[in-house]
Design a protein around this ligand. Sequence first.
Ligand SMILES: Nc1ncnc2c1ncn2[C@@H]1O[C@H](COP(=O)(O)OP(=O)(O)OP(=O)(O)O)[C@@H](O)[C@H]1O
Ligand SMILES: [Mg+2]
Length: 1085
Amino acid sequence: MHMPEETMAKMEVKTSLLDNMIGVGDMVLLEPLNEETFINNLKKRFDHNEIYTYIGSVVISVNPYRSLPIYSPEKVEDYRNRNFYELSPHIFALSDEAYRSLRDQDKDQCILITGESGAGKTEASKLVMSYVAAVCGKGAEVNQVKEQLLQSNPVLEAFGNAKTVRNDNSSRFGKYMDIEFDFKGDPLGGVISNYLLEKSRVVKQPRGERNFHVFYQLLSGASEELLNKLTLERDFSRYNYLSLDSAKVNGVDDAANFRTVRNAMQIVGFMDHEAESVLEVVAAVLKLGNIEFKPESRVNGLDESKIKDKNELKEICELTGIDQSVLERAFSFRTVEAKQEKVSTTLNVAQAYYARDALAKNLYSRLFSWLVNRINESIKAQTKVRKKVMGVLDIYGFEIFEDNSFEQFIINYCNEKLQQIFIELTLKEEQEEYIREGIEWTHIDYFNNAIICDLIENNTNGILAMLDEECLRPGTVTDETFLEKLNQVCATHQHFESRMSKSSRFLNDTSLPHSCFRIQHYAGKVLYQVEGFVDKNNDLLYRDLSQAMWKAGHTLIKSLFPEGNPAKINLKRPPTAGSQFKASVATLMKNLQTKNPNYIRCIKPNDKKAAHIFSEALVCHQIRYLGLLENVRVRRAGYAFRQAYEPCLERYKMLCKQTWPHWKGPARAGVEVLFNELEIPVEEYSFGRSKIFIRNPRTLFKLEDLRKQRLEDLATLIQKIYRGWKCRTHFLLMRKSQIVIAAWYRRYAQQKRYQQIKSSALVIQSYIRGWKARKILRELKHQKRCEEAATTIAAYWRGTQVRREYRKFFRANAGKKIYEFTLQRIVQKYFLEMKNKMPSLSPVDKNWPPRPYLFLDSTHKELKRIFHLWRCKKYRDQFTDQQKLIYEEKLEASELFKDKKALYPSSVGQPFQGAYLEINKNPKYKKLKDAIEEKIIIAEVVNKINRANGKSTSRIFLLTNNNLLLADQKSGQIKSEVPLVDVTKVSMSSQNDGFFAVHLKEGSEAASKGDFLFSSDHLIEMATKLYRTTLSQTKQKLNIEISDEFLVQFRQDKVCVKFIQGNQKNGSVPTCKRKNNRLLEVAVP
Ligand SMILES: Nc1ncnc2c1ncn2[C@@H]1O[C@H](COP(=O)(O)OP(=O)(O)OP(=O)(O)O)[C@@H](O)[C@H]1O
Ligand SMILES: [Mg+2]
């Protein structure tokens, strides 16, 4: 079955270190238990990269000598907030347990990491710190505290660690660090205590080992500039204090580490100048090693030492600000003050070297202590609130070298003390637990090393006390006298051996060299060389040197040697190194006892610092002296396994019907029911107050097997139920969906049906309503028609009645009246319309609107005529008198000649001027004018036709009121004068010519020559005027004859003037020809 990841993760919570176990994760469960199985189990696990194994709550850690992928942030998350036995053994599980009981149960914790050099203690302590840092509080301030705590490690490691044959990064000091937390579990700060730095390493290192890392780091990593400043050279061989055979360590980059250290110093809070001062002291120590001495004979026969080459000394003094002569003197003399007396003695070469090395060692170890204090200053908690404390102890492991000296003695003493506290807290605690839990129990024997501790630290006859006594004793004191003393005091101690004590007992034990003693430590026998014990314990620095240092200009160096201040001279001896150490170890033990211990026991799998190698002999030795087997035995003396009732019930409750799935009562009762049900033999377990104790691991494994089996069944059951549940929910869901769908569908169908019924009802309704309405309409219409018919009938009827009544009044003239009215109306309309349609006032305008009605025809014509007359009158009214005269004349002419004489039409357009010749103006005619008194009507030149031949001559024709005159054109002389009364007739043709004849009264004077025949261009005008003048003068109408043949009287002859159609030969001018005396022919063209 496929499960979602979340479910898987939840199920995983219920795992146990018993799941997927390689070997056994907890040695307590080892079956059978003996050294071989123990080692085999460790080896098996080691081969599978399981480097951690439990003994109850103690963690055994086997150094893998290679990096394993088990410290990742994911792993941290895995172990965070999980129960100790839930996951496979890990240092994180222990850290988590410690941190949580610190945070949640308010119990101060300490983590004790033990094991021999190179077993991985320092690494383990760093893992613990990094785990705690990862899981404790977050936030900028907290992070800074964490960072400072973590970064204190590289600084201290650079100055306090060195490469040894056992470990490339061996801690040469003991370190105990208290990490302080507030009530929430957020880190507040820390305090570091350091224990006994192995300062002898500064001046001398065993073969294959190095000095402290910092010297190599400084020379490899410092910039040229810095090296110049420190007057150092980048060459290890230049310095006597640096061993050459292993200056380079495989896989270690000193230069890079130097940068890391400087960076860490900065993070921890060192000021730049502080860091520089520290490096200056380091440089001074290095350079001290290069000062060499030579003997110089003195007068008293003794050798006095002198510095060989003062150059190095000079540089040191420049670097440290010490007066060169003061230092030089301090290397040559020694001043002893006793009872206010100062005695100065010279130093020989050996003493000078001793003084130099003592100075170097002191300088360095004091610098180291200063560093620790300086770091403490930075990381100390800033608040005064109550703190919870987690102590991490990483102290040098048990050491057995070829040559073991004072340092090893001290170190091993410390380890004895730790073992002691382990025994006290663990083995004792185990047995106490049974008592606490009320379990019946038989005491188990284990080796208690209290006796060895006593051998060393006993105040009256302990080795350290003896040493102090020797050191303080007046007289010559040597290492040999010290050994003698030991031989006296400790000879009977079962853990102490020496050649002397031995020889006294067994006569001869050549295995023990001279000047040595052997202690049978809990972890093995160690042979110590007494040489140097007294010196090292005294830890003497000549006062001249400390005073010289105090006088240094270098503030750091000055502060390192407060006893050099002459004002504070103290004649009391300072406490010896041994007693100092004893005291600090005692405080440490006291401190640890107040805390809840957590153990990490480190085991070194091989001596080669190599991965994958598991040396059984080596491991066997370690588990022996660590007492691990005893640890297991005690742990399971009565009962191999114990567990609180709640988790036990939780883990196995599925094995019994009553407890599965839930147990309602107290957990203990549940476990009882469970164990009864499983028929576990009663002697196999016991009920404690809060825990169940299982005697035999087999029982536990049986339980585990059952559980595994049951889990499979349960998985099937869960699967079954889950599948059933899934199907059922699916089915229910489907059913629910089906109901919803059906409901919706029904609703929809009903809605549809309802809509249909509703629309049908509406149709029917509308039809019925329509039908009803139509019916009503029909009725109403019928009713209305009836009413209308009645009205019509009534109207007709009334009309008939009225007409019948009024007929007598109407019939005679109604029609006429109407007719007249209509006519009147039409006429009125006609006139009104005519008014608007009038044509223009021009007399020649022929337009006239059409007649609208036939019966108005005559009126229309009459109106047209009247209008025309009226507009003619209007036109005439504009004329002047002269115009009037002219028109009268023209009218006269028209009456006389129109349609009679062909010439007439051409004359209509000519104005009648009368006096064409202007006689009054022309002087030629003055005589003529004077002769005529009357008004001249016509004055014109005419052609007088010669009566005889028909030829013409020009004559002036003058007409006055009474006379007609002819005058010569040139002379103006009157040729003839005819009174008008003598003129009888005027003749002319009907044609288009200007010929006319003036007939004279027969018998008159003028008629003697006969009638006149003239031709003129103005014939019509002349004839008209002549007619009018004659009429006005004589009141007789002048006879005007128009004929194409007429007779004229020429003298005596009557001559016929005949007008013929002439040919065109003579052009357009009529020609006159006398044919004979009876005929005068005029040819008219
Ligand atoms: N958990 C680990 N994983 C990987 N390598 C480790 C582990 N523990 C130790 N080592 C390796 O072993 C070396 C020695 O470890 P460490 O310095 O912790 O020993 P130690 O017990 O402190 O020794 P000493 O007593 O000399 O200080 C480390 O430098 C590292 O290379
Ligand atoms: Mg270490």
